[in-house]
Design a protein around this ligand. Structure first.
Ligand code: ZN
Length: 251
């Protein structure tokens, strides 16, 4: 299949064989990733290797160069096992963007300016073609909190939001107060789990702050309250989540 770029921002196309037909629709999510590899060249090679069985629609290099690898109409293989708002086939519902970055293992450096600008422009371009609501522009860690931590807590979600990409409220500053952590249980924990579920996270509401809950709180912090990523549901985390829910458009 010859690949024609869907985005006018794609500098070139580098087709990946790793895609299939979408099994569920509509396309109404965007998932952002980091490659977590040493170089863009090695990430590009992996995303084109049939044996890797991974791909993304786009790869954004550190200098802002954008390569399209899979047609937007097709199902790329970037999200794997995970769920959001009860949908487990995230790949069928989403456009996937891989961002060249060494990841947590590489010390989680800041994302270069040119790369952030390119990701923002690409996301805006994609949002112009597909009915993706702001609150469904997500981190890989949001949809797979126990498996994934990308694009990580140095990813500048606030800047994307300022450009109209994603759902965002200013995080509530860190402060003392009541908090919940792994091992706690009871009605307040159940209420907290219900709030995360309401926002979209895949989390059983059962009243025990378990490993899964810890992972969801951590994922939330990586995206929405980056000042401290520790999986503890402190007052700042809970209030930021409450504000985000309150800022959702009426269904
Ligand atoms: Zn990822």
């Amino acid at each position: 299949m010859s690949l024609v770029a869907d985005s006018p921002l794609a500098r070139r196309v580098a087709p990946s064989p790793n895609h299939g037909a979408r099994r569920a629709g509509p396309v109404d999510m965007m998932i952002l990733h980091y490659t977590g590899m040493e170089s863009g060249a090695s990430a590009l090679a992996r995303l084109r290797d049939p044996l890797s069985e991974v791909s993304a629609h786009y790869l954004v290099f550190e200098d802002g160069g954008i390569v399209q690898m899979v047609p937007e109409a097709r199902r790329a293989w970037h999200a794997g096992a995970g769920a959001w708002k009860g949908e487990a086939d995230v790949n069928s519902r989403s456009i996937g963007i891989e961002i060249v970055h060494p990841g947590h293992a590489g010390g989680l450096p800041p994302y270069p300016e040119a790369q952030v600008a390119a990701v923002t422009a690409l996301a805006r371009d994609i949002l112009g073609r597909w009915p993706i609501p702001p609150a469904r522009v997500l981190a890989h860690s949001d949809v797979a909190p126990e498996r994934k931590e990308d694009p990580g807590e140095t990813f500048p979600w606030a800047r994307l939001a300022a450009a109209g990409v994603g759902h965002w409220v200013p995080p509530v500053p860190l402060r003392d107060g009541r908090f919940f952590a792994q091992g706690d249980s009871g009605q307040p924990v159940e209420a907290l789990q219900a709030m995360f579920t309401l926002y979209g996270y895949d989390l059983p509401v059962q009243g025990v702050f378990d490993a899964r809950t810890h992972a969801v709180v951590t994922a939330f912090q990586r995206h929405f309250r980056q000042a401290r990523v520790d999986g503890v549901a402190d007052a700042s985390t809970i209030t930021t989540l409450r504000d985000l829910i309150a800022a959702l458009p009426a269904a």
